[in-house]
Design a protein around this ligand. Structure first.
Ligand SMILES: NC(=O)c1ccc[n+]([C@@H]2O[C@H](COP(=O)([O-])OP(=O)(O)OC[C@H]3O[C@@H](n4cnc5c(N)ncnc54)[C@H](OP(=O)(O)O)[C@@H]3O)[C@@H](O)[C@H]2O)c1
Length: 262
């Protein structure tokens, strides 16, 4: 039997855009209750309103910077106060993250390296550590981390992003063993090319360069990944989706991309 999501609390990091915002709307459609975090609070509030219109039973937004332990702890304490019972968090989606720059190691910038490791690796650890005490045992609760094909295959200019997402994959695997016996499910959803704000952030606001990444490709959309996250969380409670690679058909492999010419 499917795990129902109606009236279940779902916490999503990085919910102000891309996959996180689409996931908020998709879990909203299922009637879930949402706890949304990111640094851009105005954007978060807009997503919360859209989620309520989609059918969410509740949608709350609060500032969150996953690179700072104090911010994560304040956010999770706020989330705890929103839930009526101590252990009521049904789904945790560790989505906040991204890539910064595409320099070779020889030309890499400390600030980019540090941000990628702080968000994609340490952020996942901090949020998971803080939120785990809120998750019920043997009740079909799920942690879903957002990895990437970059965690499986390296590419030039991607050393640190690939390392970060490979780190996320290994953290997910280690946690699965640590959580064995609790009934809490944990998996990673690892997308390929998806058209969100990802490339705009990676190329520091260079819209032309960001657009070129997806030129001629039928890329994934944020909604494709959001649907996948709902599917993972709603499997029967005894089913764990360990690792899921989701790529556009046009991306057969990291460097094998079919670009349609108009
Ligand atoms: N798009 C792709 O092709 C692709 C493929 C594979 C994996 N991914 C992964 O998917 C996840 C979501 O990315 P996206 O594609 O949806 O890109 P996006 O539209 O840029 O969304 C990234 C989200 O992460 C949040 N975020 C970034 N730094 C944060 C911080 N320090 N604290 C809290 N939130 C933070 C952003 O919110 P604020 O800026 O408001 O804080 C935003 O909501 C990332 O982990 C990314 O690495 C993306």
């Amino acid at each position: 039997m499917k795990t129902p999501l109606k009236n279940k609390w779902v916490l999503i990091t990085g919910a102000s855009s891309g996959f996180g915002a689409a996931a908020a709307r998709a879990f909203g459609t299922e009637g879930a209750k949402l706890l949304l975090g990111a640094r851009r609070v105005e954007r978060l509030k807009k997503v919360a309103a859209e989620s309520l219109r989609a059918g969410a039973a509740a949608a709350h937004a609060h500032e969150l910077d996953v690179t700072k332990t104090a911010s994560v702890e304040t956010f999770v304490a706020w989330a705890r106060r929103k839930m009526s019972r101590q252990k009521d968090l049904h789904v945790l989606i560790n989505n906040a993250g991204g890539a910064h720059g595409q320099d070779s190691v020889a030309e890499g910038k400390d600030a980019d390296w540090e941000t990628m490791l702080q968000t994609n690796v340490l952020g996942v650890l901090r949020v998971t550590r803080a939120a785990l005490p809120l998750m019920p045992h043997d009740a079909g609760a799920s942690i879903i981390n957002i990895g990437s094909v970059a965690g499986h295959t390296a590419y030039e200019g991607g050393a640190v992003y690939c390392a970060a997402k490979a780190g996320e994959l290994q953290i997910t695997r280690a946690l699965r063993m640590e959580l064995n016996g609790t009934g809490i499910r944990i998996g990673t959803v690892d997308p390929g090319l998806a058209e969100t704000e990802f490339s705009l952030v990676r190329f520091k606001g260079d819209a032309e360069r960001a657009k070129n990444v997806y030129d001629g490709i039928n890329a994934l959309t944020a909604e494709d990944i959001a649907e996948t996250l709902v599917w993972v969380a709603s499997r029967p409670p005894h089913v764990n989706i360990d690792e899921l690679l989701v790529k556009p058909v046009d991306q057969a492999a990291m460097h094998k991309i079919y670009r349609r010419k108009s």
